[in-house]
Design a protein around this ligand. Structure first.
Ligand code: HEC
Ligand code: HEC
Ligand code: HEC
Ligand code: HEC
Ligand code: HEC
Length: 477
């Protein structure tokens, strides 16, 4: 009864009649903002449903369509839904001016129209919630997919994605190494992801993308979910085959047995290269530059709790660097984004007969062809094989090139594939941009084991970190 009374007291600008909440909503939706909200919601809702149907039935496989279905349409829906109460709120302000009071918003379950209104509201909300949960679930999976990480920002991530696809981790998701499990890291990653997406749109990202070690989650939570550092790998024999420009037919072969180690079940001692990551010791180091190629102090905490500190004479006074506890990534910094070494790639070509060793000067010319700076990947596709033919014509004469055209072209194709797998001029990624720490072939640029194993870092007692060749590998038996 009270509702009826208060209703009668109110006179609004809507022709002087009083209005209940249902009419209020009805009228609000008819305002421009209300109409906009209603329109956007309906449209985005329909499109989301269609997109989801397409996605679930497999009719739409385009990944851009997935971005639109999971991110853009649902956001539009939320935006539209928010506009409706906003419209109501703005409209109510006007009514309040005309002496409407909050008493007018009364639910009376005795009235069938009110009951129907509430039921309709509940049903619509449940449908909305259901669609939303489904969208969020699918969107979560989509933003965790390797495709989303690797190919959505195509130019930006193309180098990493390409290198990843040919690596031993090609079947391991980007997120297993870059995010790991747990909501906290998921949110962290998505926030930094949003910043990165913005950077891509602004064009303000670094080329090449810097290696992110300080933002990577500790290896215990990523690598060690699949690999077990205690595992005893013992020795592993590796064979290195190389040629020279002078002799491209007879390789020099070096075989080494790497002491990977682990916990030796015979002695129960943690030995070999993986000693650095055993649970018994902690190796910390101070890097003096961003690529971690210049190492200041090194601290080793032994099982007894004793800490040894290594310093390089005369460097004590230099600027303090960043400290880091050594983990897998300090050696395996290229576990999956593996780029080739230019000469190794050519030698592999000769070894696998994809480069024809019978062609005089092919190794030397290949180096020139691959080092050449092409304006873009497309330009390389057009010019690379031609460049090889031209060099060969200079060296061996036009007749030779004409006679051996087939062999030269197929060698050229091998070189082009090698180029396309390693060089992205638009991202400033070229041979040697990303180097590995797992060895010492790039020691001149400070990469690898010899950053520490240099016989120069010394403890107070004069102990150094050994560079003796048979510490890490010896001749295979
Ligand atoms: C096996 C683990 C692993 C997987 C899987 C992985 N990454 Fe990485 N990623 C790394 C490591 C380790 C680094 C380099 C860390 C360092 O040196 O600081 C890196 C570096 C990067 C960088 C920086 C540029 C560079 O090359 O250093 C980008 C970008 C990147 N990853 C993207 C991706 C994308 C996209 C995927 C999936 C397609 C992916 N990663 C999968 C481990 C992984
Ligand atoms: C989701 C599981 C998973 C994660 C996480 C993972 N790996 Fe692996 N890793 C694998 C698999 C699978 C292989 C391939 C094994 C094979 O083919 O024999 C592999 C192979 C390797 C190899 C041997 C490569 C070779 O040339 O044979 C190394 C080294 C390695 N992983 C290091 C790492 C490092 C470092 C990280 C962390 C940055 C890491 N892995 C994270 C599953 C994983
Ligand atoms: C001090 C450097 C160093 C650290 C730290 C390190 N590794 Fe290694 N690891 C190596 C080297 C060197 C090899 C042999 C590489 C090769 O086969 O070319 C190797 C080999 C491996 C292999 C392949 C073994 C095989 O039998 O083929 C796996 C898997 C691996 N490491 C995982 C890890 C994981 C996981 C961590 C962190 C817990 C780790 N490594 C830490 C240097 C390191
Ligand atoms: C951050 C510095 C650092 C880097 C980088 C590093 N090491 Fe070491 N390494 C040490 C220290 C410190 C010791 C312990 C020296 C000692 O106590 O005699 C050590 C010891 C070793 C040992 C002997 C372990 C044992 O059984 O006691 C091996 C083998 C080894 N390193 C191999 C490697 C290889 C291979 C690499 C490169 C893939 C490498 N290290 C990179 C710091 C480093
Ligand atoms: C701190 C550990 C360590 C020490 C000390 C060390 N090496 Fe190595 N060496 C490695 C690792 C790890 C690899 C494997 C690199 C790879 O798999 O690409 C390697 C690979 C090699 C190779 C084959 C790859 C190539 O570049 O041709 C040669 C040759 C070699 N080492 C020679 C030596 C000599 C000579 C010494 C002594 C002056 C020495 N190494 C000392 C860790 C070491």
């Amino acid at each position: 009864m009270s509702e009826k009374n208060s209703k009668q007291q109110v006179s609004t600008e809507e022709g002087g009649s009083s209005i209940g909440w249902q009419e209020q909503i009805g009228l609000s939706v008819k305002t421009p903002i209300g109409l906009l909200g209603f329109g956007i919601t309906t449209m985005c809702f329909t499109l989301t449903i269609l997109g989801l149907l397409g996605h679930v039935t497999g009719l739409i496989e385009n990944h851009y369509a997935a971005i639109v279905t999971f991110l853009i349409f649902p956001s539009g829906m939320v935006f539209g839904l928010i506009l409706i109460p906003v419209a109501w709120y703005l409209r109510r302000k006007k009514w309040f001016k005309n002496s409407l009071t909050s008493k007018n918003v009364i639910l009376d379950f005795g009235k069938s129209t009110h009951r129907r209104g509430v039921i309709l509201f509940l049903v619509l909300s449940i449908i909305n919630l259901a669609v939303f949960s489904f969208v969020i679930y699918e969107a979560y999976h989509f933003t965790e997919s390797d495709y989303f990480c690797g190919a959505v920002c195509h130019t930006v991530m193309d180098p990493e994605y390409t290198a990843y696809q040919r690596s031993p981790h090609a079947k391991v998701g980007c997120v297993s190494c870059h995010i790991g499990s747990g909501a906290e890291w998921y949110v962290k990653a998505k926030l930094s992801g949003l910043r990165q997406v913005k950077a891509v749109f602004d064009g303000k990202f670094s080329r090449p993308i810097p290696a992110p070690v300080e933002h990577l989650r500790p290896a215990q939570d990523t690598c060690e979910q699949c690999h077990w550092p205690e595992k005893f790998h013992g020795k592993k024999v590796k064979k290195f085959v190389s040629y020279s420009n002078e002799d491209q037919e007879n390789p020099e072969i070096k075989e080494i047995a790497l002491h990977i180690g682990g916990r030796n079940p015979l002695t129960d001692r943690f030995e070999g290269i993986h000693w650095h990551v055993s649970k018994d010791v902690k190796v910390e180091y101070e890097s003096l530059n961003e690529t971690r190629t210049k190492i200041g102090r090194i601290k080793v905490t032994k099982p007894s709790g004793v800490t040894e500190e290594y310093v390089v004479d005369g460097e004590e006074k230099s600027e303090p660097g960043t400290w880091r506890t050594m983990d897998c990534i300090d050696c395996h910094n290229r576990p999956t984004h593996v780029y080739d070494d230019l000469e190794e790639k050519i030698d592999f070509g000769l070894h696998s007969k994809k480069l024809d060793a019978k062609i005089p000067g092919l190794r030397e010319d290949s180096i020139v062809v691959l080092r050449k700076e092409y304006g873009s990947r497309e330009e390389a596709e057009e010019q690379l094989v031609e460049t090889l033919l031209a060099l060969q014509a200079q060296r061996n004469g036009d007749d030779f090139v004409a006679e051996n055209e087939q062999a030269l072209i197929s060698s050229g194709k091998y070189l082009l594939d090698a180029y396309l797998a390693n060089v992205w001029p638009a991202m400033n990624v070229t041979w040697g941009t990303y180097k590995g720490h797992n060895g010492h072939k790039n020691e001149e640029s400070g990469y690898g084991c010899f950053r520490c194993h240099d016989e120069e870092h010394t403890t107070a007692y004069g102990k150094t970190i050994s560079q003796s060749c048979d510490l890490c590998h010896d001749e295979p038996e």
